[in-house]
Ligand binder design. Structure first.
Ligand code: HGY
Ligand code: MN
Ligand code: MN
Length: 427
């Protein structure tokens, strides 16, 4: 093993074709006919890709541990094991209509970094740790970024283990079903710094022809569960003016949500992504509807204003249509800035690689946004085609994935050889 130092490693590059092959090799776990991935957290497909990931990490010389929420930690020793590891990674679970790159790129580029260092026989000063966080997507079990939130102390492990999916299965049962309820307690592992590579999932980098997004922080998110209570009645005999139609009430509320988000533009967004008519029937006026709301903005005060106006709209529509529209906020993630020292390290790494770049704030939530509440954290973005994500046509280029992996490699090397912990980093 040769000791890593800026002079010995600044020319080190990842193997882009190996990374590309790995991305496509793992896409078979939950692969869909349209070329996307349907790999819901803790599903059999997630279990299979976790098994693959563990074997690949061990083949790269890493030691893999699992915590009580199934998060996988793959460690590469450093010369000074008294230093907390420099961690990097993302998530391998996907949306039902997921693509090949969301989360996957960050985990597999991290594996590529480990493979590149092993091939080069490089030993870093601080140890390194590659992380696959459980349930980043929040699609099967809410909230999103669940395991990293528990690592950051936002939830207890028991709170998370008791969360249920639409079928009533708990996180604990799902973990046991795939054998990933690990023995480590959540939060037991220390982390010196965390870096997450991810596709932008938006259109900015591609539109500006930039290769790297130097991410300065994540926007705020608020999730709500909603219900509309009206009155079931006969579809044939109930005159229109006498109806208390819960679906029409939700329809008006959805348009109000769009109007409210647009009024706080251009960054505010609101999405009603799930709706269910309870006791549906073709010839019954819907009496009860359940739905979800996702609102986001980089400013906390705008999140507040959007929530206030959503509640006002619910009250007005409910009053006028003789319905009860109730919103329950189930999760809120404050806007979070990333550590300026790490942002600067990413910027310097991209500059050293001669890559075009721009500063950017993340529109999507990420595990790094939770880590950032506890340890110095930041992110690296690369473009995705048309900014499309959470869609089976999600696409990125081999060149951009390799560029992102190289920025990750060089950033990790900088942090591992001059660890913040050794510089008396801020808490
Ligand atoms: O919802 C999000 O922002 C993330 O993709 N889970
Ligand atoms: Mn993601
Ligand atoms: Mn996602």
């Amino acid at each position: 093993m040769s000791e890593s130092s800026p002079s010995s490693t600044h020319n080190l590059r990842s193997d882009g074709s190996r990374l590309w092959a790995t991305i496509h090799e793992t896409a078979r776990f939950g692969g869909t006919p349209k070329g996307g991935i349907n790999r819901l957290t803790l599903s059999a497909e997630d279990g299979a890709v976790r098994d693959w990931f563990r074997a690949a990490c061990e083949a790269a010389g890493l030691t893999v541990g699992v915590d009580a929420l199934g998060t996988q930690y793959a460690v590469r020793p450093g010369k000074d094991m008294s230093l907390p590891p420099i961690a990097f990674g993302s998530h391998l679970d996907t949306q039902p209509t997921g693509g090949k790159f969301d989360g996957v790129l960050g985990v597999l580029a991290g594996l590529e970094v480990m493979r590149t260092l092993a091939d080069a026989g490089i030993e870093t000063r601080a140890p390194l740790m590659l992380v696959n966080w459980t349930n980043e997507e929040g699609s099967r079990f809410a909230p999103a970024m669940m395991a990293s939130a528990a690592y950051a102390g936002e939830f207890t492990t028991d709170e998370i283990l008791a969360k249920t999916d639409a079928a009533g299965t708990t996180v604990a049962q799902a973990l046991d079903a795939i054998g990933y309820r690990g023995g480590e307690s959540v939060g037991e592992r220390t982390i010196g710094a965390f870096v997450e590579l991810h596709i932008e999932q938006g259109p900015i980098l591609e539109a500006e022809g930039k290769t790297i997004g130097v991410v300065e922080g994540g926007q705020g998110i608020a999730w709500f569960d909603g219900t509309v209570e009206g009155f079931e009645s006969h579809a044939g005999t109930t005159p229109m003016p006498r109806r208390r139609d819960a679906l029409l009430g939700l329809s008006e509320f959805a348009l109000a949500a769009e109007r409210i988000a647009l009024s706080h533009g251009p960054s505010a967004v609101a999405t009603i992504g799930e709706t269910t008519i309870l006791a549906p029937s073709r010839n019954v006026v819907p009496g009860r509807v359940a739905f979800t709301v996702d609102t986001r903005d980089p400013r906390a005060e705008t999140l507040d204003a959007v929530e206030k106006e959503l509640r006002e709209a619910a009250a007005e529509i409910g009053e006028r249509r003789r319905l009860s529209i109730v919103l329950e906020r189930i999760w809120r993630k404050e806007p979070i800035p990333f550590d300026p020292r790490l942002v600067a390290a990413v910027d310097a790494a991209a500059e050293g690689l001669g890559l075009s770049r721009r500063r950017i704030v993340s529109g999507a939530g990420h595990d790094a946004c939770n880590l950032a509440t506890k340890v110095p954290s930041t992110m690296i973005f690369v473009p995705c085609k048309d900014g499309v994500s959470h869609n089976e046509t999600e696409s990125a280029t081999q060149e951009h994935c390799a560029a992102g992996a190289d920025v990750l490699l060089q950033t990790v090397l900088r942090l591992a050889d001059a660890p913040l912990a050794a510089q008396g980093a801020q808490a």
